[in-house]
Design a protein around this ligand. Structure first.
Ligand code: GN1
Ligand code: MG
Length: 361
């Protein structure tokens, strides 16, 4: 075990550490699974070193996360929800201060969650049942957040789903071409330019600001391992004001196709209408009564815009030298971009059926 990591863990209120190993999956923070044993009782935790290039204001981030966790717990407690769900996410306090995160140097901040045993995550949906659970999970989340008391949450990453701004950033990265990669990705650049008309469709929509997740993908849903039921949504770092269209669009990214977002066999990246139907049914079943007519009218568009936005973000990062997203192979961000552009294409081809599905649910 890395002695540096052990010394970090020892600052939190945990007993004897027996194992620390990397937890793969996230694109942003460094995450580890920590095992600790005390008096024969083995407990696990998720330790995270926060990415402060992405989240510049860690105090604001952690204040948001604590408020959201506290509110969910209170709401579920009031509604007599099963205790297990109320314990969805728990931050581990530090041993020597009443705080839940540790900043050792200006550039090194850590936090630790209790690992929820008996749960699993999925990287992609496998069936209509998964898609429906994904929709329901974030529908319930929107419902839970609907009465979060003021003040508004901090904006942990400004302009996060401002697609026109993402497009401007993209054009800057093409113009600067700091890695000399633009020449190799002309087709992808052309695709994005040809679809630039998608960018303003959500930010111009006349829909209310709500508290939304902003990273509503299947990988951020925790399932009960034995029943398959949704336990809670995780990764609360970008929970902040936004529109439900951002989240529905993100759900479409991972919910309408059984291929992962970095699948390179693009023949597998196709909208499956039965998955779209199940996802939307799950979502509207949980949050349908919250939605205005305009929000409902924009659900199908939201899918196209947010998948497009993600393609733009991946290509921008590829052009800038893969500095934002973690990658595990050369060209990983380009593969992700190609995957998302294929999904935009497929969503564009199948526009009418999803619209009809939303109207009939
Ligand atoms: C990032 O780290 P992770 O996987 O939770 C990203 C999201 C993207 C997502 C793509 C703060 O989330 O916006 O949609 O990857 N988070 C941030 O899978 O940029
Ligand atoms: Mg995230």
């Amino acid at each position: 075990m890395d002695p540096e990591l052990i010394s970090v863990v020892q600052r939190f209120l945990v007993s004897e550490v027996t194992d620390i190993r990397p937890l793969p999956g996230g694109h942003i923070h460094d995450s580890y699974i920590v095992t600790a044993a005390s008096g024969g009782l083995v407990r696990r935790y998720v330790l995270q070193r926060l990415n402060q290039t992405v989240f510049a204001d860690v105090d604001a981030l952690m204040e948001n996360v604590q408020r959201v966790i506290g509110h969910i717990r209170q709401r579920l407690h009031e509604s007599g929800g099963p205790d297990r769900r109320c314990r969805g996410l728990s931050l581990v306090p530090l041993s020597a201060a009443c705080n839940v995160f540790l900043c050792r140097h200006d550039d090194e901040c850590w936090r630790m969650f209790e690992f929820i045993e008996g749960t699993r995550t999925l990287h992609e949906v496998r069936s209509a049942a998964d898609a429906e659970r994904l929709g329901r999970a974030f529908g319930e989340f929107h419902d839970l957040m609907a009465d979060l008391p003021p003040p508004p949450l901090h904006e942990t990453i400004p302009r996060f789903h401002d697609t026109p701004w993402r497009l401007t950033r993209f054009e800057q990265s093409v113009a600067a071409d700091v890695c000399g990669r633009a020449g190799d990705v002309r087709a992808e650049i052309d695709f994005i330019r040809a679809h630039a008309g998608l960018a303003p469709l959500l930010v111009q929509a006349n829909v209310p600001q709500r508290v939304v997740h902003n990273d509503a993908k299947i990988g951020n849903v925790l399932f009960d391992e034995s029943t398959g039921d949704v336990l809670c949504v995780v990764d609360l770092d970008t929970v902040m004001p936004g529109t439900i269209l951002f989240d529905f669009g993100d759900m479409v990214r991972s919910g309408v196709c059984t291929a992962a977002e970095d699948e390179t066999d693009l023949a597998r990246v196709e909208v499956d209408l039965s998955l779209f139907e199940a996802l939307t049914r799950g979502y509207l079943g949980a949050a349908g009564s919250l939605l205005t007519a305009t929000e409902r009218d924009h659900l199908v568009t939201a899918g196209k815009v947010i998948v497009f936005e993600q393609a733009v973000r991946y290509l921008t990062d590829f052009l800038e030298g893969d500095r934002y997203y973690k990658t595990s192979r050369p060209g990983h961000n380009l593969d992700r971009c190609r995957n998302q552009t294929k999904l935009v294409e497929s969503l564009t081809q199948h526009e009418r059926e999803p619209t009809r599905i939303v109207q009939h649910l």
